[in-house]
Design a protein around this ligand. Sequence first.
Ligand code: ZN
Length: 441
Amino acid sequence: MKLGLLGLSFLISFGAFAQKIEEEVFVKGFDKKQVKLIEANPELIIDHAFQDGFELYGPKGMKEWLKNVGIDFVENLSHSHHKSAEDAADYPSYQEITKFLKDITAKYPKIASLKSIGKSVEGRELWVVKISDNVNTDEREPEFKYISSMHGDEITGRELTQFLIKDLLEAYGNDPSITELIDNTEIYIMPSMNPDGSQRRQRANANGYDLNRNFPEYTRNDQNTSNNRQPETVAVMNFQSERNFALSANFHGGAVVVNYPWDATYSKHPFDKLVKDISLRYAGLNSEMRNSREFNDGVTNGADWYVLRGGMQDWSYAYHNDLQVTVELSDTKWPRYREIPGFYDRNKDSMIEYIKAVHQGAGFKLADRNATGKVSIIKVLGPNASEPKGSYGFGHGEFYKVLEEGKYRFNVLVDGESSRRFFEVTVKENTVYVDGNYTEL
Ligand code: ZN
């Protein structure tokens, strides 16, 4: 009773869903009662739960509250950080990264372009590199994206994505399988979603918000609007709505695992087997993940690990039909820079294979690039057997969806038309289709 009252007073002082990070601690142990008590306060953020404890973030007064309710914690998160100045100095600065991205895209103008999708709180550009053949044309090819370091102190992915950009571009015309991938896919890579946070070596953005709790949440029926969201979140939301992404991943640090949806609920994702399969493909090519002692085969369902609301991963699929997983790249969030090439070696094949997985799907394109409508997908299991695979809205005159292997029937109703169009198509694994497995309608 006493604990409940204290919890309530905490809620009243800080307001629900503030999710501002002003204090951070490591809570020792994993006591279910304590976790429940913490989870009852939506402004507290649990992250990276392990047997020995978990990270906890929250507004001012959180530590005081923890003491009052008798939850044990240590002040700093040094177990997962290397925050010495020396370790920071070796990393490229925002200016150096900007120069690198400008130079490398200028060197390969036919297959690479650079665009800022918005500005951070402190005015830094939010750079996205596009890699594809005919890069300045919006071709109808499967669209894929990587986003890294929305948590500013989880730095490994920011570096790995830059290495990947360089390797993909240099391999074009030399490595047949990379050339095929670039010719038939629109690949977007955003090394740094939170440059202000990385500059300060902190999790939150410059306003103190956790960007991975800042997205519309489908389990709360949030509107997919940018009202009251952080500029970095809004930039990604606008970018996503302009495109037709079908598969993506976002890179974090503090563990080594591929985390697949849902994060916010224990119910199974409608494509549970598919998301798990694709996650296993990533983890299977990474020796550290594959041999994980914490996670079976180096993968975990999000909510099974810990429940997270307002995250980018769930939002991406629930609102945009873009299957997204979260890849945790390094136990240490900010490793020594000299360790980065080793992390890249262990992740490079996974990163490339995961992009290829976007071709495991099917879609259609219409002559009218502004056409909108609805599509329902049915998996054909036999002459008299089928299984509905959901209905989806589409825009931009095209639709594409990553699917399990098999035969499918698509029923398409274009807005303004009275009769349906339909087609049947087969989806195969490990195939890069010429311009994607699209049917022209
Ligand atoms: Zn993170």
